[in-house]
Design a protein around this ligand. Structure first.
Ligand code: MTE
Ligand code: MO
Length: 254
């Protein structure tokens, strides 16, 4: 009589049928303290796995338009002096291309129009900065997964890195996420914010939204996306500008 050991549903089913007198043997097994202990163990393993995995894939809370913050401040780099970036701003990003490279089958150079032509996702979410402020804003863009699918991830890929146009001193801003977050439905490359094209202060032409994590993971001014097997050997090796500079957590779950 092993079915009740397999799942909690099996146990409940065993109990229900058992009390109806159909599966008397199960009652005896359920009452055995060793079996109960084993089943409780399974329950806690299940909870841990669920937190670690389903917890990561759960959706971030979304809000209604009336809950949007009247002011969404800019933080970190809000403008970039770099001449190449200034030229893109002056040209309305008409000659800008998003590079997708690294462990992909088909490296891509995507104009903004190609990102705008993909299926769009729009979401009103809360941005939480480690510095202690939050704001609710609306973001729109293609899912990162659609872009990765177009490029075709190679089997060795484990991380997606976002290379930004700005520098802090001499260090370029960059960020990275794992494939669970990369394929999360709310992980988008936002080119619209609050129903307008993304302003420079918020990371034009595109910025990452990875909604289950803190503000510093939301890379602005994304110029290139790289698929990698490891974060070792990239800048400070900790997977992001603030991770390298200040030991911020790489996984900044909210
Ligand atoms: N490229 C880049 N991305 C960045 C930053 C930055 O300085 N450079 N700052 C981060 C931090 S700490 C926060 S809180 C958010 C701020 O986003 P906002 O300017 O749209 O409010 O961007 C994040 N992404
Ligand atoms: Mo932040």
């Amino acid at each position: 009589m092993s079915a009740p050991l397999v799942t909690r549903r099996g146990l409940v089913l065993g109990g229900a049928l058992g009390s109806a007198g159909l599966l008397g043997g199960c009652d005896r097994i359920n009452a055995d303290p060793a079996v109960r202990h084993f089943l409780e163990g399974l329950g806690s393993v299940h909870k841990t796995v669920q937190r670690a995995f389903l917890g990561r894939t759960a959706l971030a809370q979304e809000f209604s338009p009336s809950q949007m913050s009247p002011v969404f401040r800019s933080n970190g780099s809000s403008d970039i002096a770099d001449p190449a970036y200034r030229a893109h701003v002056a040209q309305g990003f008409a000659n800008w291309r998003l590079s997708v490279f690294g462990l992909v089958q088909r490296p891509l150079l995507l104009p903004l129009a190609a990102l705008q032509a993909l299926a769009q996702r729009s979401q009103i979410t809360r941005h939480d900065c480690v510095e202690g402020w939050s704001a609710i804003g609306k973001w729109q863009g293609p899912q990162l997964g659609a872009v990765l699918a177009q490029a075709g991830l190679r089997g060795e890929a484990r991380y997606i890195v976002f290379h930004c146009a700005d520098r802090w001193g001499t260090a370029p801003y960059y960020e990275s996420i794992d494939l669970v977050d990369a394929w999360h439905p709310q992980t988008i490359l936002a080119w619209r914010m609050n129903d307008a094209p993304l302003a420079v202060a918020h990371g034009a032409p595109i910025r990452l939204r990875v909604e289950r994590q803190l503000g510093y993971k939301q890379a602005k001014f994304v110029m290139a996306i790289e698929a990698r097997a490891s974060l070792a050997g990239l800048y400070g090796g900790k997977g992001g500008y603030w991770e390298d500079a200040r030991d911020y957590q790489w996984y900044a779950g909210i």
